[in-house]
Design a protein around this ligand. Structure first.
Ligand SMILES: Nc1nc2c(ncn2[C@@H]2O[C@H](COP(=O)(O)OP(=O)(O)OP(=O)(O)O)[C@@H](O)[C@H]2O)c(=O)[nH]1
Ligand SMILES: [Mg+2]
Length: 471
């Protein structure tokens, strides 16, 4: 464990009201004492520390007003407030001092340089949070949620991160871990003492524990990823439909600029074109695609293949039809091919849909939300944006959506699910106890990897390097 004392500017670069420099480690208080001169009224409450003096004697959970000075020259760098948090009651569980200074890049850099010249080391990205993790104050799911909270762009993303920071996923996984351990212990007792009466295993009981306390909760988490990963990763939305129905015009309207070429000729768009927008706080990557039609030329065929790839990974499909024309047979087939994807039907060119030309929607489409728009005139676009947001958030409304794992966690959860399913098949098929116990051990290590109970240093490096400096 690295015992150095680290320091970093914790607030964003630029000019602002307050800038904060954080110091953490065994020398944090000494460093602060070396460069801080108390202002009036900033003694420690016991009469220690006179104004104008360099001095320590800081109490935990107190704030001190004074100045940062270069001890050698007496030069005053800034008037500041110090917040002191002694170990272990701090973010990192080490001694922590936060210097609240005026936020100008030069002021903050001068103070940081002074601390470094007195023996602090510049912190790496995420190093404060890494120390909180290494010192056992938080587990890896909580540490990862700190980054989620910083990056959150919607209220739902904030709520998700906050519940995870306070240990929601951690305790959920802890009960999964306990269940795994209990079955594993039973199995290993039977392996080690095959003749003992107690070694008789009630298969149904063990399978019941694995199903109810491991597989079901893990499956809920995996489904939570499918439903809610857009809060972290953004939403992948794909615009599809026949040629010339106005897909590119719709894309341009949604992103508010002329991203894709629009002409009156069918077959204008041949490749998939991406553009990004923030919709109701959710980052969306929108893809405009080539119109789907039978008998395409070779270039269109390639475009259509790409469209299918985009459809595979899409979270939501904007299925555009011309409001004035009946659904084409290929539209019906395309719609059916979307399976259980979330779809919004967009009836475009509604400015042209005179009553006598309006068509009945096919019954299969009835369950999809449907919005009338005119991409040419911009009508209905706000409603469509609301529908996109509603449809994303509605998948989060069930009680099981309390926790949304990130991609790393989800990949490990898949492995837990696979290994435990194998163990359950083993129980059911009277398989060997040794093999089942290997499966359960495997599951246990993957759970430990999620929480960071066990995590390789390079995995930790990768996770924490994504943080900003000072967090
Ligand atoms: N009246 C009317 N015309 C529209 C509307 N939306 C698009 N158009 C026109 O329809 C034609 C085709 O529009 P695009 O946006 O290129 O259609 P597309 O679906 O991308 O076409 P392809 O890329 O060829 O498949 C253009 O002339 C547009 O101006 C609309 O809401 N109302
Ligand atoms: Mg187009």
């Amino acid at each position: 464990m690295d015992r150095s004392t680290i320091a970093a500017i914790a607030t964003p670069e630029g000019i602002g009201g307050i800038g904060i420099i954080k110091i953490s480690g065994p020398k944090a208080l000494d460093l602060a004492a070396a460069v801080f001169r108390r202002g009036p009224g900033s003694d420690d409450g016991n009469g220690n520390g006179s104004p104008g003096q360099f001095s320590g004697g800081f109490q935990s959970w107190r704030m001190y007003f004074g100045r940062i000075c270069e001890p050698a020259t007496g030069r005053i760098l800034d008037e500041v407030v110090l917040a002191v948090m002694r170990a272990p009651h701090s973010y990192t569980r080490e001694d922590v001092v936060e210097i609240q200074a005026h936020s100008g890049p030069k002021v903050l850099q001068n103070i940081l340089d002074l601390l470094i010249s007195h023996g602090a080391r510049p912190a790496d990205p995420g190093e404060f949070t890494r120390r909180a993790f290494v010192n056992g104050r938080i587990d890896l799911t909580q540490a990862e949620a700190v980054a989620d909270l910083i990056n959150a762009t919607s209220d739902a993303a904030v709520d998700m991160a906050v519940s995870q920071i306070s240990g929601g996923l951690r305790s959920y996984l802890e009960s999964v871990r306990q269940a795994l351990l209990s079955v594993l212990t039973t199995l290993e007792a039977a392996i080690d003492f095959p003749d003992a009466v107690d070694a008789e295993i009630d298969t149904e009981v063990q399978v019941g524990i694995l199903q109810d306390a491991v597989l079901d909760p893990i499956r809920d988490l995996i489904q939570g990823y499918e439903a809610g990963h857009f809060l972290r990763d953004g939403l992948q939305a794909v615009i599809v439909g026949g040629p010339n129905v106005g897909k590119s015009s719709l894309m341009n309207r949604l992103v508010n600029r002329n991203r894709a070429i629009v002409t009156e000729m069918p077959g204008t768009t041949r490749d998939c074109i991406e553009a990004a927008l923030i919709n109701r706080g959710v980052p969306v990557v929108l893809a405009d695609t080539a119109g789907l039609r039978e008998d395409p030329d070779p270039v269109e065929r390639l475009g259509i293949e790409k469209t299918r790839e985009y459809l595979e990974s899409a979270d939501i499909v904007l299925f555009v039809v011309d409001a004035g024309c009946p659904a084409r047979p290929e539209d019906l087939r395309l719609f059916e091919g979307l399976g259980d994807k979330r779809v919004i039907l967009v009836l475009n060119k509604s400015d042209l849909a005179w009553p006598d030309r309006r068509f009945e929607l096919p019954v299969q489409w009835a369950q999809a939300p449907c919005v009338h728009v005119s991409a040419l005139y911009g009508t209905g676009i706000d409603e469509l944006k609301d529908r996109i947001a509603d449809s994303s958030f509605s998948s989060m409304d069930t009680p099981n959506r309390r926790f949304i794992p990130n991609w790393r966690q989800k990949a490990l959860l898949d492995q837990v699910y696979g290994a435990v399913s194998d163990a359950v098949s083993g129980f059911r098929g009277q398989g060997s106890f040794e093999l089942m116990s290997i499966d359960l051990r495997e599951a246990l290590s993957r759970v430990d990897e999620i929480t960071g109970h066990y995590a390789a240093p390079d995995v930790l490096d990768r996770i924490f390097s994504q943080y900003c400096i000072g967090k």
